[in-house]
Design a protein around this ligand. Structure first.
Ligand SMILES: O=c1[nH]c(=O)c2[nH]c(=O)[nH]c2[nH]1
Length: 286
């Protein structure tokens, strides 16, 4: 039996960059966290400690800052592609680059240089690049949504441990993590992002839900129906349970008005929705 080195990658995780663009007195702000992960001919460093092929993760971090200055940061998908292509093109040993970027939104308060951080929602981009192929997956995390009616859950399987009461009117709440794969590496990223986010919200609000699974499918379906250039959507949605509080001990009726918002445990509903012609690209999600 021989012991061998398996798949490996290395890079600098979570480089936080705030790029201010000064247009006279009116500033623009881009706040991102960039993860770079490189792979290629890395046997020597693992097997013998020969670092000749290893571009330090410190240099990778410096590249992120230098590129933020030199090129600015517009759509995070473009910034990801720029970085990924740079590492593959400039380092002989590097055959594959993975760049993951999270963007934290800021809104203008008043005047040109005052901002307030947007809610918990984060925009994401994941880029893979090598000599033969490039993939772009856009997305968001922590899009917190709630329907105060229009949600039912009944007719479910039952066993000896089932105590859940069926309901035809409940609160449905979740924090959406959604990622969507583009067919190409050229798109109007900001416009596409806004449209996908809008489709997710409209489908969540507009679906009379018999289960969160059904809502999940409708959300993915709507993104795909509205944007030809997206071929696959992956969703992860915690069921943020809202339990009716028993007010009978206080002589009161609870007519679906007072809920206990539990934080854990939570149901976790996850699924993929794709077009039947979506080209296979499992590694786009790695
Ligand atoms: O929408 C739901 N899907 C489930 O699978 C589930 N399971 C559960 O206990 N409540 C719910 N709600």
């Amino acid at each position: 039996m021989a012991i061998v080195l398996g798949p490996n990658r290395y890079g600098k995780a979570e480089t936080r960059v705030v790029r201010v663009t000064r247009d006279g007195d009116v500033h623009r702000l881009k706040d991102v966290s960039v993860g770079v992960s490189l792979s290629g001919a890395m046997d020597a460093v693992h097997l013998t400690g020969d670092n000749a092929a290893v571009l330090p993760t410190d240099s990778q971090k410096n590249t992120v800052f230098a590129f933020a200055k030199r090129h600015g940061i517009d759509a995070i998908e473009d910034f990801g592609l720029l970085l990924a292509r740079h590492f593959v093109a400039s380092q002989p040993a590097i055959t594959h680059a993975r760049v993951e970027i999270h963007e934290y939104g800021w809104s203008r308060i008043t005047g040109g240089h005052s901002f307030v951080r947007d809610g918990g929602e984060v925009r994401t981009a994941l880029v893979h690049a090598d000599a033969g192929s490039e993939t772009v997956v856009s997305g968001l995390t922590d899009l917190v949504v709630l329907n105060s009616t229009g949600s039912e859950f009944h007719g479910f399987a039952q066993d000896e441990y089932t105590t859940l009461e069926p309901t035809d009117d409940r609160v449905l709440a979740t924090a959406v993590t959604a990622r969507w794969r583009h067919r190409s590496t050229e798109a109007a990223w900001d416009e596409s992002y806004r449209a996908a986010r809008d489709a997710l919200l409209k489908a969540f609000a507009g679906t009379h839900s018999l289960s969160l699974q059904q809502t999940l499918f409708q959300m993915g379906r709507r993104v795909l129906a509205e944007q030809d250039e997206i071929c696959e959507v992956r969703l992860s949605m915690p069921n943020k349970h809202h339990f009716l509080v028993d007010l009978k001990p206080f002589g009161m009726k609870n007519d679906n008005e007072v809920y206990f918002a539990a934080d854990r445990p939570y149901g976790l509903i996850e699924g993929t929705v794709l077009t039947d012609d979506a080209p296979d690209a499992p590694s786009a999600w790695n």
